[in-house]
Write a protein that binds this ligand. Structure first.
Ligand code: FAD
Length: 451
C-alpha cells in the first residue's frame, strides 16, 4: 500500500517543517498560546550529538532576535550563554588594529551565541511544553494542498499527516516553499555569491584567556578575501574566511598545505601565527556557499505559511539572517493574534507586513559585504562613522546611524533605510550650505581687502 496516514489528533495540530532556529522558536511561541504543535525535522536530534563535528559555530544576536527570545521567555537564559561584542576590531595587513564601537551607549552591543547550543535550548524548552512533539529524521517530501496533507520520509517509512495548518521553516532550500508555490503564480529568485566560506577555530590560550580581544567582533578586511570572527564563552573564536570559489586566489586554487600557508603568509600573517592546527582544520572543514533568495507568495490560503530562510535567505554580512527569522515569528504571532477567526487574512497580513522589509534586508546584506571588505579601512568611511556617532550623540532621537537602526532597533528594515536616506540628504544639504557660506565668506574677505 501507499504511505500510512499517521493521524490521531493531527487535524487539530499545527505542523512545523524544520526544527532549526525559526522552527523551534515558533513551536515554542505557538505552544505557549496553547496550540498543539508537531515539528518535523530532517536531521537527527542535535541534543544527542556533539554539535557540528565538535565545532562551535556562532551567530551575532541583536535587538530583533532578542525581542523574539523575550517573547518566549528565553532572553535571559540565552544572554547568559552569549559573549557580548561591544564593537569591531579591524586588523590591517601590517598587523595594526583599530577599534570601532557598535553604538553610542552601553546597550548597543551584539551577543555572540553558539548556534547549536541555541537550537538545543529552544528544542528543550519547546519539548517541555505539553503541546509540542518533536519528530527527528522526518523529512518533508511532498505537500498536497488540495488534500491538506504532508508526506514525510521517516525511520518508520513513508507517512502522511493532515495538520490544521503548516509553517515552512525548512531553510534556504525549502521543500515547503517549492510545494506551497507548485502550480501557483509564484516568483522565485535565487542568487549565489561568487564567494564561499570556511569556518576555522582559534583556540583559547593555555591559561584559558583569549588570543585576541574577547568582547568584540574581529574583521581582517582584504580586497580579495575577508576573515570575520565571533567569540565563544571558553575564550575561543570562530573564524570565518570568505574567499572566491574560483579565480587566481580562491578555494579552487588554495588547496595544498603550501598554498594555504602562502595565502595566510600573504594576507593574514598575524592569524597564521595564532593558528597552529591551521592545515588540519583547512583540510577537514567544509567550504560553504552563500545564497540570497527572494520569493512570493509566502502563504497558501489558510493552510500554509513560510518563515525564516525558507522565504528570505540573505548573505550573512549584516548578521541579520537569524535575527530576521526570529522577527518573522513575532510578526506572524501578532498577525495570528489580531485575526483569530481568519487565518488566511492573518497569513496575508503577515506577508504584507514583512516581505518588503526582508527584500530590503537582502540588499543591505549585499551592500555590507563591500563595507566589510573595503570600506571599513578607508579614512573617509571612518570619518563618516565618527560623524554619524557624533550626530547621534547630539540628537539621539533625531539622528540614527543605519547600522544602529538595523542592529539595535526593531524599526522595520525598509523604514530604517528610508530614514537613513533622508538623513544623508539632510547632511549633504547642510554640508553644501556650509561650503557655500564658507565660499561666500572667503570671496567677501578677498574682495573686501583694501588694495
Ligand atoms: P535553518 O537554521 O537553516 O533551519 C532549517 C531547518 O530545516 C534545518 O534544521 C534543516 O535540517 C531542516 N530541513 C530542511 N529541509 C527539510 C525537510 N525537507 N524536511 C524537514 N526538515 C527540513 N544570522 C544572524 O542573525 N547573525 C549572524 O551572525 C549570522 N551569521 C551567519 C554566518 C554564516 C556563515 C551563515 C551561513 C549564516 C549566518 N546567519 C546569521 C544566518 C542564519 O544562520 C540563518 O538565517 C538562520 O539559521 C535561519 O534560520 P531558519 O530556521 O530559517 O533556517
Amino acid at each position: 500500500g501507499g504511505p500510512r496516514l499517521d493521524q490521531t489528533d493531527g487535524e487539530q495540530r499545527i505542523a512545523i517543517v524544520g526544527g532549526g532556529l525559526a522552527g523551534s522558536l515558533l513551536a515554542l511561541a505557538l505552544a505557549r498560546r496553547g496550540h498543539g504543535v508537531d515539528v518535523y525535522e530532517r536531521r537527527p536530534d542535535p541534543r544527542r550529538q556533539d554539535g557540528a563535528a565538535g565545532r562551535s559555530i556562532n551567530l551575532g544576536l541583536s535587538k530583533r532576535g532578542m525581542q523574539a527570545l523575550a517573547m518566549v521567555g528565553l532572553l535571559e537564559q540565552v544572554l547568559a550563554r552569549a559573549v557580548v561584542m561591544r564593537g569591531r576590531v579591524i586588523h590591517a595587513p601590517d598587523g595594526s588594529t583599530r577599534y570601532q564601537p557598535y553604538g553610542r551607549d552601553a546597550g548597543e552591543v551584539l551577543h555572540s551565541i553558539d548556534r547549536n547550543e541555541l537550537n538545543r535550548l529552544l528544542l528543550d524548552r519547546a519539548e517541555a511544553l505539553p503541546g509540542v512533539r518533536l519528530h527527528f529524521e522526518h523529512r518533508l517530501l511532498r505537500a498536497d494542498k488540495a488534500r491538506r496533507e504532508l508526506e514525510l520520509d521517516s525511520p518508520r517509512g513513508r507517512l502522511t499527516v493532515r495538520p490544521l495548518w503548516v509553517a515552512g521553516a525548512d531553510g534556504a532550500f525549502s521543500c515547503m516553499r517549492r510545494e506551497l508555490q507548485h502550480g501557483e503564480r509564484a516568483d522565485y529568485h535565487q542568487e549565489y555569491l561568487e564567494w564561499g566560506y570556511k569556518e576555522l577555530t582559534l583556540a583559547p590560550l593555555a591559561d584559558g584567556g583569549s588570543a585576541i580581544e574577547l568582547t568584540a567582533l574581529h574583521v581582517w578586511p582584504r580586497s580579495h578575501c575577508l576573515f570575520v570572527s565571533h567569540p565563544n564563552l571558553d575564550g575561543s573564536h570562530t573564524l570565518t574566511l570568505f574567499l572566491p570559489h574560483e579565480g587566481e586566489e580562491s578555494f579552487a586554487t588554495v588547496r595544498t598545505p603550501e598554498q594555504v600557508a602562502a595565502l595566510f603568509r600573504r594576507h593574514f600573517p598575524d592569524l597564521q601565527a595564532m593558528l597552529p592546527g591551521l592545515l588540519e582544520q583547512w583540510a577537514s572543514h567544509p567550504t560553504g556557499s552563500l545564497i540570497t533568495t527572494r520569493t512570493a507568495p509566502w502563504r497558501f490560503d489558510d493552510w500554509a505559511v513560510l518563515l525564516g530562510d525558507a522565504c528570505h535567505a540573505v548573505y550573512p554580512f549584516y548578521g541579520q539572517g537569524m535575527n530576521s527569522a526570529f522577527e518573522d515569528c513575532c510578526v506572524l504571532m501578532a498577525a495570528l493574534a489580531a485575526r483569530p477567526a481568519d487565518r488566511a487574512a492573518a497569513f496575508s497580513e503577515y506577508e504584507s507586513a514583512r516581505r518588503p522589509h526582508t527584500d530590503v534586508l537582502a540588499e543591505l546584506s549585499k551592500a555590507n559585504f563591500v563595507e566589510l571588505r573595503q570600506k571599513v579601512q578607508s579614512p573617509w568611511f571612518i570619518a563618516r562613522k565618527r560623524l554619524d556617532l557624533a550626530l547621534n550623540r547630539l540628537w539621539p532621537r533625531r539622528w540614527l546611524p543605519l547600522y544602529t537602526m538595523i542592529a539595535h532597533s526593531t524599526m522595520p528594515y525598509g523604514e530604517a533605510l528610508a530614514r537613513s536616506h533622508r538623513q544623508e540628504r539632510l547632511l549633504r544639504t547642510v554640508l553644501a550650505c556650509a561650503l557655500a557660506v564658507g565660499g561666500v565668506g572667503l570671496a567677501v574677505a578677498a574682495l573686501g581687502v583694501p588694495v
